[in-house]
Write a protein that binds this ligand. Structure first.
Ligand code: B12
Length: 477
């Protein structure tokens, strides 16, 4: 029986389970492949864990996942690629099998990461079908160059195929059987579940369409409910949905809720979702609450209509008021995420946004200052038009010698001035409803990567979305 080794390289705390490895294992196993997991998240010594080989067969390949290239915050700027490169080298040293890389982080800049790490292959986008195909080709000694999403290197540089964008409904039942989901739950506080992949919205900065596709591909409501049940059977009952937006499209979100309600899962589980304020109706909010949803994280971005248009959003500030009403009426706690500093941002638009948030008063407001730029987005094309990166006054971060934007670069409109951070901090004014990481205060408040406050709260028994755990801790709830 051919064997594949899958390695989770994400060691951040609190631990977030690499859901994609569970999903890929389902298809590999259905095709008769043995799957072995090396989970470096729970291994204090990466070297020993990578070297250990409790198996008598040589694997067909070793696959490493890269979830985050960096923490995506200007204030902290943690870059995870150097550590990933080290782990790829380690894997290389301990096996002669081809080393394959993939993941949500990998997929935002696949060619540059393949070059930077020296792995044999990369798979951009979805992993299930491509990894199963690659395994089968390599096991049979075939040339794998027709595998969808595959990237490889030759004398001319990196070559690649288009990602796999097939229907998710045809993939096998999600057994959630590779990872130690119970341990992830007890140390990480919630488990990821995906009801669909891809997003057809046109927000100028977003990386999700790059990695997940610009068309929504859904699992059926019954498949989603089966997955909830598979996790419940492992004593995991708090979930965070991994969809870009739960209400895109709203009909699918609503159908999922009906199925969860029909199976009585609304009483047995608590879950959180990302959603867009565009068309977030009271009816959907009520259905979500009855289906077990307790909290929603909404990408509001701005409270200024002009900025919402600049960012390519398909709603205006009025929708933020309506969404707030829908959440409150349904009994959902909700957070608005802001993305400040984008093209066209001025001190005035920022002030209006913070003022609007204070008036709407969501349970929490997450403030990001600086928009991470990804190659392939409309924002990266706009930046290109603005002239040479190193001289662009609107850019901060790794502006030198970084053409593919792999190392983090952020857009902070120069109209905000050099003291943009202080300006925003002054407007927020220490309001406890706001998570605003500043370089002075430390970024712990709103950065989930190695967040000790969260780790402790989860140890004490808190469960749920991280923003809601932090909220409850602060409110003594
Ligand atoms: C849900 C989510 C969260 C939740 C997770 C909840 C949970 N229990 O799962 C929370 C809120 C905790 C969170 C936190 C963070 N997140 Co987040 N998150 C997401 C989101 C929406 C879904 C991730 C997911 O699980 N998807 C579902 C799985 C099935 O997809 P997948 O992991 O991509 O796996 C597939 C493929 O990538 C591939 N694949 C995966 N591994 C491998 C390995 C191999 C070998 C191969 C071949 C293929 C392969 O196959 C899989 C199946 O098709 C993504 C955006 C998105 N739409 O993907 C952002 C995203 C991953 N997060 C991101 C970030 C930055 C973070 C934080 C660092 C933010 C912060 N500073 O606090 C933290 C990191 C936390 C941590 N410990 O790692 C960024 C990463 C961007 C980047 N530049 O790398 C993303 C892409 C969002 C974005 N567009 O900016 N996140």
């Amino acid at each position: 029986m051919p064997e594949v080794v899958l390695v989770n390289t994400n060691r951040l705390r609190p631990p977030v389970a690499p859901v994609g490895l569970d999903y890929m294992a389902d298809l590999l196993r259905a095709q008769g492949v043995r799957v072995r997991l090396v989970d470096l998240c729970f291994e204090p010594d990466a070297e020993a864990a990578t070297a250990g080989r409790p198996s008598d067969v040589d694997p067909v390949l070793v696959g490493l996942t890269l979830r985050n290239t960096d923490d995506c915050y200007l204030a902290s700027g943690q870059d995870f690629v150097p550590e990933f490169r080290r782990l790829v080298e380690l894997a290389r040293r301990h096996t002669s099998a081809p080393v394959v890389i993939g993941g949500s982080g990998y997929s935002v800049c696949p060619a540059a990461i393949l070059q930077a790490t020296g792995a044999d292959y990369g798979i951009a986008g979805d992993g299930e079908v491509p990894l199963a195909a690659l395994t089968s080709e390599l096991a049979r000694g075939n040339d794998p160059q027709r595998v969808p999403g595959l990237l490889w290197r030759d004398a001319e540089g990196v070559k690649g195929n288009q990602p796999w964008l097939g229907p998710l409904e045809d993939l096998p039942r999600r057994g959630r059987a590779l990872l130690d989901n119970e341990r992830y739950f007890s140390e990480g506080g919630q488990a990821g579940v995906e009801t669909k992949r891809g997003c057809d919205r046109e927000c100028i900065y977003c990386a999700d369409p790059l990695g997940k596709g610009t068309r929504v591909r859904a699992r059926s409501p019954a498949q989603v409910a089966d997955e909830f049940e598979a996790l419940l059977a492992q004593n995991v009952d708090h979930f965070h949905l991994c969809d870009s937006e739960f209400n895109v499209p709203a009909e699918h979100g609503s159908a999922v809720c009906q199925e969860l309600i029909r199976r009585g899962l609304g009483e047995q589980t608590r879950w959180y979702a990302y959603a867009t304020p565009a068309g977030f109706t009271g009816e959907l909010a009520l259905a979500m609450r009855r289906a077990g949803c307790v909290g929603v994280n909404l990408g509001a971005d701005s409270g200024d209509d002009r900025m919402l248009a600049e960012l390519g959003r398909d709603f205006r500030a009025e929708a933020l008021w309506e969404t707030a009403r829908a959440c409150r009426d349904a009994g959902l706690v909700f957070m608005y995420d802001l993305l400040l500093g984008g093209p066209g941002e001025t001190r005035r638009s920022v002030a209006l946004t913070i003022e609007t948030m204070k008036r709407i008063s969501p349970d929490r407001v997450g403030v990001s200052l600086g928009v991470r730029i990804y190659q392939g987005t409309a924002l990266s094309r706009l930046v290109q038009r603005e002239g040479p990166t190193a001289q662009n006054p609107n850019l901060r971060g790794q502006v030198e010698d970084n053409p593919q934007l792999l190392r983090p670069v952020f857009y902070v409109s120069s109209a905000l001035g050099r003291e943009a951070e202080d300006y925003v901090a002054g407007l927020v004014g220490g309001d406890p409803r706001f998570f605003f990481p500043t370089t002075d205060s430390g970024t712990e408040a709103y950065n989930y990567s190695n967040n000790e406050r969260l780790v402790e709260a989860i140890q004490q028994g808190y469960r749920g979305a991280y923003w809601d755990i932090l909220r409850r801790v602060a409110e003594g709830d």
